[in-house]
Design a protein around this ligand. Structure first.
Ligand code: GLV
Length: 344
């Protein structure tokens, strides 16, 4: 016999990888809901939503093109449905489709900036001090010191000066004494007026030395480039062969933003030809990683460090993300739509 509670519980669908990160918190703080983990591929997820007549889905970063939205809209009937992204990027969600189908979309602003910035700092340090290679040599019973480079005084370019980029700038300038310069499509005036700061306060807050809206001017003097831009029209493959070649051949590149920002084949070519010194990547065009062109597999290059999209995956950030999601679900169910952290 079905328990009285389960008959009235709202069903929440959650993609499996996100459920693994959140099950404990979801069950503890969201005991009013019935939690159903489902595989993230669109066909499976759409089927799972229909089978459970669910109108709420928590999603990872997978890209959804159509069936998912139709399934959610069908289950929701006359009322709205909710997609809650487990994180801040929403390039995998088709916002136009959502608008047409009365699907609200929430993200979790401010929950993971520190974790992503810390992972970025870890990658910068690992790359510049050659930590993975040194560790490997020790395990191979070779005691092989390598002379590397100090970060203090070197120029770090932060491409994408949003919340995460700003956190990276703060850590690099205050913690590592680097010279930090920024690039963004927003003008400096727009940035300052958003924060209600004058130039001196704005530069001082993030330890900034220069601010650019022209990529090529920004790129030419960098020792290290770190990428924190969103994927949107105009930023897809932004770092193509031309823009990569604007960097010094001694420059390092870090990407903890999104794989689709970089032309991965062009990056492979630049690294292979040593037109770029080395790269550390947490995000990829295809996730789980598979090379865009089989002959240009980044795993074959010695001057690359790879991590499997984990920059935001800490206990602390996950907890904040999950609390934000639970709050959005509660507000959604209470019709308090204006209080949700929505992008649609
Ligand atoms: C992580 O990549 C996110 O989008 O939150």
């Amino acid at each position: 016999m079905m328990g009285k509670d389960s008959a009235v519980k709202e069903t929440v669908i959650c993609t499996e990888a996100q459920f693994v990160k959140g099950e404990e918190n979801f069950r503890r703080y969201g005991s009013a809901y019935s939690w159903i983990p489902c595989q993230e591929e669109e066909e499976n997820l759409a089927r799972c939503i229909r089978d459970n007549k669910a109108r709420i889905a928590i999603l990872g970063t997978y890209r959804y093109r159509g069936q998912l939205y139709q399934a959610l809209a069908e289950s929701a009937g006359e009322g709205p449905a909710l997609i809650a992204r487990h994180g801040v990027g929403y390039d995998g969600v088709d916002l136009e489709f959502c608008k047409k189908n009365d699907i609200m979309v929430t993200i979790t602003p401010g929950t993971l900036d520190q974790s992503v910035a810390e992972h970025t700092a870890a990658l910068i340090l690992s790359l510049v001090r050659d930590i993975p290679a040194l560790d490997r040599s020790m395990r191979e019973f070779r005691y092989a010191p390598v002379t590397t480079m100090e970060l203090a005084g070197k120029t770090l370019g932060v491409a994408g000066f949003g919340k995460i980029g700003k956190q990276v700038a703060t850590i690099a300038s205050r913690g590592l004494a680097m010279k930090v310069i920024a690039f963004d499509s927003l003008t400096l005036e727009e940035q300052m007026s958003r924060e209600g700061f004058g130039k001196e306060e704005f530069y001082g807050k993030y330890g900034l030395s220069e601010y650019y809206t022209d990529y090529f001017e920004f790129a030419e003097s960098l020792d290290i480039l770190t990428i924190h831009m969103p994927v949107m029209e105009g930023t897809l493959n932004f770092f193509d062969a031309d823009r990569l070649s604007a960097l010094k051949s001694s420059a390092y590149l870090i990407n903890t933003g999104r794989g689709a920002l970089i032309d991965e084949d062009a990056l492979y070519n630049a690294l292979k030809a040593e037109h770029l010194r080395a790269a550390a990547l947490d995000v990829f065009r295809n996730e789980p990683y598979a090379p865009v062109s089989p002959a240009k597999d980044l795993r074959q290059l010695p001057n690359v460090i790879l991590t499997p999209h984990v920059a935001s995956n800490t206990v602390e950030a996950n907890f904040r993300v999950q609390q934000n999601i639970l709050q959005n679900i509660e507000r959604f169910l209470q019709g308090r739509y204006e209080e949700m952290t929505r992008v649609v």
